[in-house]
Design a protein around this ligand. Structure first.
Ligand SMILES: [Zn+2]
Length: 283
């Protein structure tokens, strides 16, 4: 196939402008709200299967190409009902059934659908916006204000003191589960400063030696998680009892329950700590 994108070392190549023809075998992520249309095995339906639903999309967006296949997202009306054998599923439910690439694309798709839905009008003058020809933005023809999909950077950090890790129980966690600390980066703040501030706000612990670990797109609803490791510098644990219910230091051999699986950066940070402290973690 004459396709220059195949020269690139990436399976997915994003683009904002739809091709004239969608090709033989496009991939479509169809959402009702933030829920994706899937079959009963929680796999993506084909475009033909989605077409058979006879649902009229409110809006569609072009995402780019995966392994040469054109990918689209679609916003279905709130009253859309799946046919028998299909359902709408929250992206959290699809961790076990979508591979890493399709899960990431579904996360990309839901954010682009949401951005398109909520930026049809200018926030300053209420004029209808127009889609940009040159990049992924909409803009107001009067104010010329460009509006891009919104990303909220957040930091997540494994704080370590010798051979122990600081884990906390958030108020919205399932019973018994503890995890590493996380929070949003504020305007004007570096991610490293956000690590120090959030850890102190949530536990009254001071940290230093903040080292970058990895990042992960986290589409719940639009975060970019920036993962760090940091070292204990001082202080005694004290929690507010509202946002954070409890927190403590744990050695690798005496860990409390934490979120199972390996799909989130919180798990990667905990697994990394366990491995460095002599506890095997299955890959
Ligand atoms: Zn305007």
């Amino acid at each position: 196939m004459a396709n220059s994108n195949h020269q690139l070392p990436f399976r997915f190549v994003p683009h904002h402008r739809a091709p004239e023809h969608p090709g033989d075998d496009p991939i479509l992520f169809a959402f009702r709200g933030r829920e994706l249309l899937v079959n009963e095995k929680l796999h993506l339906p084909t475009v033909a299967e989605i077409d058979a639903h006879g649902l009229e999309a409110v809006r569609t967006q072009y995402l780019g190409r995966l392994d040469g296949r054109h990918c689209y997202s679609a916003e279905l009306p709130n009253e859309a009902n799946p046919q028998s054998g299909y359902r709408f599923a929250n992206l959290h439910m699809l961790h076990a059934t979508l591979d890493d690439m399709h899960r990431a694309l579904a996360g990309r798709a839901v954010q682009i659908v949401e951005w398109d839905r909520t930026h049809q009008f200018c926030g300053a003058c209420a004029e209808p916006t127009v889609l940009s020809e040159i990049d992924r933005s909409r803009s107001c023809p009067k104010c010329k204000i460009p509006m891009y999909p919104r990303l909220a950077p957040a930091m997540i950090v494994a704080v370590e003191r010798d051979d122990q890790i600081l884990l906390a129980r958030g108020a919205n966690f399932p019973p018994g589960i503890k995890s590493v600390l996380a929070g949003f980066v504020e305007p004007g703040e570096s991610a490293e400063d956000a690590v120090k501030r959030e850890v102190f706000e949530e536990t009254k612990i001071l940290v230093d030696d903040v080292q970058y670990f990895a990042s992960q797109a986290w589409p719940f609803p639009n975060s970019l998680m920036l993962g760090y490791r940091a070292k204990y510098q001082g202080g005694e644990i004290e929690v507010d009892g509202e946002e954070i219910l409890e927190a403590d230091w744990y050695a690798a051999k005496t860990m409390p329950s934490f979120f199972p699986g390996k799909v989130s950066i919180a798990q990667w940070l905990i697994h990394d700590f366990l491995k460095r402290n002599g506890v095997d973690v299955p890959d």
